[in-house]
Design a protein around this ligand. Structure first.
Ligand SMILES: NC(=O)c1ccc[n+]([C@@H]2O[C@H](COP(=O)([O-])OP(=O)(O)OC[C@H]3O[C@@H](n4cnc5c(N)ncnc54)[C@H](OP(=O)(O)O)[C@@H]3O)[C@@H](O)[C@H]2O)c1
Length: 357
């Protein structure tokens, strides 16, 4: 099968600062090593609740003070104050609840990197992981979910059929491969990765997509996945599918970040009850070059990443930021704040000027 483009699986790219996990990174990814309460890091956030403070050494304790770790009685899991977005859900039109924030895994190398990042995220409140057959890391995602100790029903996994597969039989075959990779019993949301193979971007594959969608409907009716959807579909692609199929897509995963908001497509999806999943909410790291967002971040005492993720949420979209760094994984979920309508309008206005789209 041809390599997926642009989502090629290759060397990990980094965002701002080009920082890769250093020698201490393995330690950051070991949040479950017990330590005595007396050794607990000296934290003094105003809302610190001493008896509930995490008694494990954890990266959360070494970063921003608004991460207050709590470990509910009898639970091995952590939840961080200020990360309510992790507990909130959207409802797909078929009634399935989908957590509002997902961890993306594109360009996460399979094996230890993906496993540790996904496990860390799950242990710190994330309940939604986005992967794809083309990322080559479904097996690592599945293992992390199984090892997380969470009930299967408490984790939502989105994955995707390779864009190059454009036949009914091919879709069924690749779904089985994905099922074997993940080994989670079922998929929560299964997407057609793109309306065209990456190397034939923009060509018309309407008839093939309808065939593929019929396979998706079969999988859905069989109960092997809880919801089905598409990715990178424009209005014309969606209309064609909706006119020829019995099950309307439940989600459309599209590129969405400040400066590239696809308002017509987003509006069409929202008017038709199709959830928009916002991929590349940080413009695959390039957003940090846009100096116009920093003043907004400063005003709210937040980071540029948090402004971007919060912006997508306030637009009613479901953002999928990706990071392999624990502190960023936490930072990206710490978005319990409100951007004012005026500032949202300012961020909207960046669309026409930005060079990032
Ligand atoms: N359906 C599709 O066709 C499609 C296409 C693209 C993406 N996606 C999905 O959407 C996800 C996210 O998109 P994306 O991978 O393009 O990238 P993104 O989330 O827009 O940006 C990720 C980049 O930003 C860095 N980063 C993350 N949080 C940060 C923070 N708080 N501060 C500074 N840098 C930060 C990451 O670096 P580190 O990892 O080094 O921390 C990485 O370089 C993907 O992983 C994938 O699951 C889907």
């Amino acid at each position: 099968m041809p390599r997926a483009e642009p989502e090629t699986i290759g060397a990990q790219r980094t965002g701002r600062g080009k920082r890769l996990p250093g020698p201490g990174a393995a330690r950051h990814f070991s949040p479950l090593e017990p330590r005595s309460r007396s050794e607990a890091p000296a934290l003094s956030p105003p809302n610190l609740c001493a008896p509930d403070v995490c008694s494990y050494e954890c990266v959360c304790a070494r970063i921003r003070v608004n991460f207050v770790l709590r470990r509910p009685a009898g639970s091995e899991m952590f939840a961080c104050a200020g990360m309510g977005a992790l507990n909130e859900t959207f409802e797909l039109w078929n009634g399935v609840k989908i957590p509002k924030l997902a961890l993306g895994t594109w360009q996460m190398p399979p094996g230890e990197t993906t496993y540790k990042a996904v496990l860390f995220a799950l242990q710190h409140g994330y309940r939604h992981i986005d992967t794809a057959y083309a990322y080559g890391n479904e097996a690592s995602v599945g293992k992390a979910v199984r090892d997380s100790g969470l009930a299967r029903a408490d984790v939502f996994v989105t994955t995707k059929l390779p864009a190059e597969v454009k036949s009914y039989e091919g879709a069924l075959e690749y779904f089985e491969r994905t099922m074997a990779n993940l080994s989670l019993g079922y998929v929560d949301l299964y997407l057609i990765h793109a309306p065209w193979p990456w190397h034939r971007k923009g060509e018309d594959f309407t008839l093939q997509n309808i065939e593929v969608w019929k396979a998706f409907e079969h999988i859905y009716h069989n109960g092997q996945c809880r919801a089905i959807g598409v990715s990178n579909f424009d209005v014309r692609d969606l209309r064609a599918l909706m006119a020829n199929c019995s099950v309307k897509p439940m989600a459309n995963q599209i590129k969405f970040h400040i400066g590239h908001t696809q308002p017509e497509l987003t509006q069409f999806c929202q008017e038709n009850g199709i959830l928009v999943q916002a991929y590349s909410p940080l413009a695959t790291g390039k957003i940090f070059r846009d100096q116009r967002i920093a003043p907004v971040a400063k005003k709210y005492g937040r980071t540029v990443a948090q402004i971007c993720i919060r912006y997508a949420l306030q637009k009613g979209l479901q953002p999928i930021p990706k990071s392999v760094h624990p502190e960023r994984i936490l930072e990206d979920a710490d978005v319990d704040f409100e951007i004012s309508a005026e500032d949202v309008r300012y961020l909207d206005s960046l669309g026409a000027q930005t060079t990032l789209a």
